[in-house]
Design a protein around this ligand. Structure first.
Ligand code: G3H
Ligand code: 13P
Ligand code: ZN
Length: 311
């Protein structure tokens, strides 16, 4: 069934497990994620970036947002696991409104690059609009390092726990993404991954809301190696080790944003298939090979985050 993201995350927060939120841009990733969640009997959060919405709508963001709602609802309504659709990193008012109007379960207002007061004002405004439509809201405090399409910040600025308390109380936001040292993409760290667990613990104690970890891909060696074996160049790729993510879940993270791991698995599967089947040109076959590995990654995440069996 299609549900509000808040319902999924409040249960996870009470029971101290996390639900991965998987980014999609197209049908194939969605099918793979859905199949993985059904097999693991897990609640599911599907999320799309602004870039994904623009892409799916072939440039029209209202069509793009509707495309994802129709796709997700079509399948969610006929299965018995809870499924939510979330707008990831909403930075522009028009995308947030498009997602709310189309029927997303939740939206993120990401004004994290703005000064604290401005972030708070913008978040408050979106909370008012979204809540009136029965849509829950995520916001971010602090900044993640790393660069992606629409998501960039040169250096991390970690969350201030006292500000987090004020922010949650004043804005009425439903879940919060505190920056604790992760970054987006496949090249997260030059040295070792170091997350600020004490800071995370304080934020949970002071806010008590479900917390979100962005930039949480593990960049699994197995898939990086496979992709490289068949022609990819991913030298220096590094993610957050799974045991570090597990520690974050113990300390109060309930939503674990995952995009890069799926992208790497997909490209590894597709490259291998194309190399081994040079005569093949049916998209269902080469895309299907990518899908198979995405499903593996999904099932592994659902398991180690504790979401398996929670549907
Ligand atoms: O955090 C960002 C997501 O990984 C989406 O990135 O803008 O390339 O779709 P994107
Ligand atoms: P990764 O790039 O680590 O998968 O993070 C994705 C993310 O935070 C989406 O919001
Ligand atoms: Zn993110």
């Amino acid at each position: 069934m299609y549900v509000n993201t808040k319902d999924i995350l409040e249960k996870a927060s009470k029971e101290y497990y996390a639900v991965p939120a998987f980014n999609i841009n197209n049908m194939e990733f969605f099918h793979a994620i859905l199949d993985g969640a059904l097999e693991k009997r897990a609640p599911l959060i599907i999320e799309t970036s602004e870039g994904a919405i623009k892409y799916a709508g072939n440039g029209d963001i209202f069509k793009g947002a509707r495309y994802f709602v129709e796709l997700v609802r079509l399948f969610a309504d006929s299965v018995d696991i809870p499924i939510a659709l979330h707008l990831d990193h909403g930075k522009h008012f028009e995308y947030i409104i498009a997602a709310i109007k189309a029927g997303y379960s939740s939206v993120m207002i990401d004004a994290s690059e703005e000064p604290f007061e401005e972030n708070m004002e913008k978040t408050k405004e979106i909370v008012k609009i979204a809540h009136a439509a029965g849509v829950s809201v995520e916001a971010e405090l602090g900044q993640l390092a790393g660069v992606e399409d629409n998501v960039s910040a040169e250096e991390s600025v970690l969350v201030d726990p006292d500000q987090a308390k004020i922010f949650v109380e004043e804005t009425g936001v439903d879940f919060l993404a505190p920056a604790i040292g992760t970054s987006h993409g496949a090249f997260k760290f030059k040295g070792e991954s170091k997350l600020d667990y004490d800071r995370l613990k304080k934020v949970k104690e002071l806010t008590k809301v479900p917390l979100v970890l962005h930039g949480a891909s593990s960049v699994l060696t197995e898939y990086v190696k496979m992709a490289e074996e068949y022609g990819a160049d991913l030298g220096g790729a590094k993610g957050v080790p799974e045991d570090q993510i597990k520690r974050c879940v113990e300390l109060g993270i309930n939503k674990v944003n995952t995009d890069t791991d799926l992208r790497i698995a997909f490209i590894a599967g597709m490259r291998k298939y194309l190399k081994e089947n040079p005569k093949e040109f049916d998209p269902r076959h080469y895309l299907g090979a990518g899908k198979k590995l995405v499903k593996e990654v999904v099932m592994n995440r659902l398991e180690f985050l504790g979401a398996a069996g929670k549907a």
